[in-house]
Design a protein around this ligand. Sequence first.
Ligand code: ATP
Ligand code: MG
Length: 252
Amino acid sequence: MIPPTHPRYRSLLEREKIVEGAREGYVALQGLIAQGRGECFDYLIGEETQPFAQRAIEAAAAALLAARRPVISVNGNVAALAPGDVVRLAKAVPALIEVNLFYRTREREKKIAEILRRHGAEEVLGVGEDAACTIPELFSERRRVSCRGIYTADVVLVPLEDGDRTEALRKMGKTVIAIDLNPLSRTARAASITIVDNVTRALPRLVEAVENLKKDRSQIQDILARYNNSAVLAEALLHIKTRLEKIASEML
Ligand code: ATP
Ligand code: MG
């Protein structure tokens, strides 16, 4: 048990969820490493949603609401960390949910779909025979997606995706929204909209942004036209630089 008074309580709790997911067999071992890399960037960012992330969240809400076929892609880490938020977001938009795994096995697909259903999802795509379409230019199991889901989607939200797949989805002409704590990753740079924030903070805020924007859809096109992803990534890097300089100067 982690005492709630521990200064890193939230981070440690999230780590425990990932470890539990690995024990239960639906988080890949590589998922443990991904979480560690994310924790490191969260430390640098300050473990809070920063203004550049909030701007990307608002653009993401606009893109999801403007989409004809929006799909939320879910992997093991996301299922372990924020299954309830995924379902809430899917209902708010509304969007389809698809299990989309880098290390795809039938068992992991089923377990993740089960978790999502337990949290209220009605339909979960990308399980078993449903993942019958292939993303061009990718190899092995990583290229398999649902023909009714990611394959035909115009907007795909990929919390924690790898760079190759993000690039391949962009080449297919899709708008890709990534949630990635690392502003330097290929995913962050290849995505159309990159939310540099922890999925556990970004998803509830994204649900809220969707609910607000739904009340006044007239802003959607403006938000999308104004949005500049390179500027958001540059701001994330400059935020880290300034923050580290400030911390260092306080030590001197
Ligand atoms: P690239 O995008 O350059 O191909 P990668 O995808 O190979 O890099 P991985 O370590 O496989 O990198 O992916 C994990 C990514 O997800 C990392 O960039 C990490 O910062 C990010 N990440 C991990 N946990 C979280 C989280 N809880 N919230 C947001 N981002 C996270
Ligand atoms: Mg990545």
